[in-house]
Design a binder for this molecule. Structure first.
Ligand code: GAP
Length: 446
């Protein structure tokens, strides 16, 4: 294997691999596809689950000051009036008078339409609300109109009082939620980076006013570290503070965690100080007292909120692109070939272990199946006995499987042991089947 400078994978390679190997498919493809909506295939769904599970473990299970929530997507329409989204969740939209393509006015470079080439053909910008509308119940009238949530956050704010009462939490504490959100983006694109239906991983962390800046800084560090701990290249990660004119209507201060995608730096997660904007708004609009009673100080106040808000789809895409590697290897016959290997952190790898009998054979198959049963109780596995063992290793490398377990004739005839092959170093060790699960656990869960 030769060491080469890390070459950036381009988006086309990732889109093509995603389809070929079953990470991501275009939604409703047999009908020509739905604009900027994507479906996750057999490997993509495992990757996304692993990203969400890793986030939940780190932010809920492993902290004393966090609890979880799963609020509904459909909410009372007043929620979006109170939150400011009904009025202010808009982008400036322009349309080309020549070809009717629509663009975000703030994303335009010059006055030439990038679809048809017409110059000076844009309409004046008008505000366009990004929320999807639908109707609750059988009558389509404005009284029954509801929105699909554009952020999961509001489900947390409207449940603040419920959670405090049910859990007797004291400040500071946070509520975590993972769920779908919808935005009718004017210019979606870059694969699953900007889509119209996506998943968010959000935390609303409630603190005493005055301590918000210190907690904001702690969350910036904790969240950045999470991406690094899961193997993302630190050189492709940065924190960027929003300029005052960029801040969302609710934010006092916001920092983005950005990743350097092939098309430039892009936001993975926004970490905002929302102060008491949301609780105050909901208190006013609902008429409910949403203040927190601070026993030590014997006073009621509205907590401030720090909000780390990440995208599951963006994180999954960044982990996939970051882990994609091409290496030149020399085969047994001396020829050079390219090995595609996705060096996922074991926690994120869609398939953790592949069970590969040396060949499809009446002697080997029963033993290999027995080994497979042992391993699949604990991890996502694949069993593969087609083609040469070398090709099967390559197939597993290309989907990022950290470990392959090979069952050969020695296993059944001599030592009841198997070979574990490591994806990254390609080294092999032999272990007795009785020690297999413990050895795999050491490698996968260290
Ligand atoms: N509650 C705050 C909030 O929603 P945001 O910065 O608009 O903040 C948070 O969104 C995260 O959700 C982003 O950092 C991004 O990862 C993800 N996200 C937002 N819009 C998206 C879209 N159209 N497609 C995919 N992910 C998106």
């Amino acid at each position: 294997m030769t060491d080469q400078p890390a070459k950036r994978v381009d988006l086309e390679t990732i889109v093509s691999l995603s389809k070929r190997r079953g990470f991501v498919f275009q939604s409703s493809e047999i009908y020509g596809g739905t604009g900027s909506v994507w479906d996750y295939g057999p490997l993509g769904v495992e990757l996304k689950r692993n990203v969400k599970d890793a986030w939940w473990r780190s932010n809920v299970w492993q902290r004393d000051d966090m609890v979880g929530l799963d609020a509904a997507i459909l909410m009372h329409p007043q929620v979006w009036v109170a939150s400011g989204h009904a009025e202010g969740f808009t982008d400036p939209l322009v349309e080309c008078r020549n070809c009717n393509s629509r663009f975000r006015a703030d994303h335009l470079e010059g006055d030439e339409c990038s679809t048809c080439g017409a110059k000076g053909s844009f309409t004046e910008p008008r505000t366009f609300n990004l929320m999807f509308k639908t109707f609750m119940g059988p009558v389509e009238e404005s009284a029954n109109q509801v929105w699909l949530r554009p952020e999961t956050a509001q489900g947390i704010f409207v449940n603040f009082e419920n959670v405090v009462t049910a859990t007797r939490r004291k400040l500071p504490f946070g509520i975590a939620q993972v769920g779908k959100a919808f935005r009718n983006e004017i210019t979606p694109g870059n694969f699953v980076f900007r889509t119209r239906e996506f998943e968010q991983m959000e935390i609303e962390y409630f603190v005493k006013p005055g301590t918000d800046e210190e907690h904001h800084e702690q969350w910036l560090n904790a969240r950045l570290q999470w991406y690094k701990d899961l193997g993302m290249n630190p050189d492709r990660l940065r924190l960027r503070r929003h300029d005052p004119d960029e801040l969302a209507h609710y934010a006092k201060d916001t920092w983005d965690i950005e990743y350097e995608f092939p098309w430039g730096w892009g936001e993975l997660e926004g970490i905002a100080n929302r102060a008491d904007f949301d609780l105050k708004q909901h208190q006013e609009h609902s008429g409910r007292d949403l203040t927190y009673y601070d026993q030590e100080e014997d006073k009621h106040y509205l907590p401030y909120v720090i909000e780390p808000s990440g995208g599951v789809d963006r994180a999954s895409l960044a982990f996939l692109m970051d882990a994609y590697t091409e290496e030149t290897v020399t085969t047994a016959s001396g020829a050079e070939e390219t090995r595609v290997v996705i060096k996922f952190h074991p926690t994120l790898a869609p398939i953790k272990v592949a069970i590969l009998p040396l060949s499809r054979n009446a002697k080997l198959t029963p033993k290999a199946k027995e080994v497979h049963e042992l391993v699949r109780r604990r991890w996502a596995t694949q069993y593969d006995d087609t083609q040469s063992i070398g090709r099967r290793y390559r197939r597993q490398d290309e989907i990022g499987t950290p470990l392959c377990v090979t069952v050969d004739f020695e296993t059944v005839e001599q030592d009841n042991a198997v070979t574990i092959r490591d994806r990254d170093s390609m080294t092999q060790v032999r272990v007795p089947i009785s020690e297999l699960v413990a050895t795999l656990a050491e490698r996968l869960e260290a």
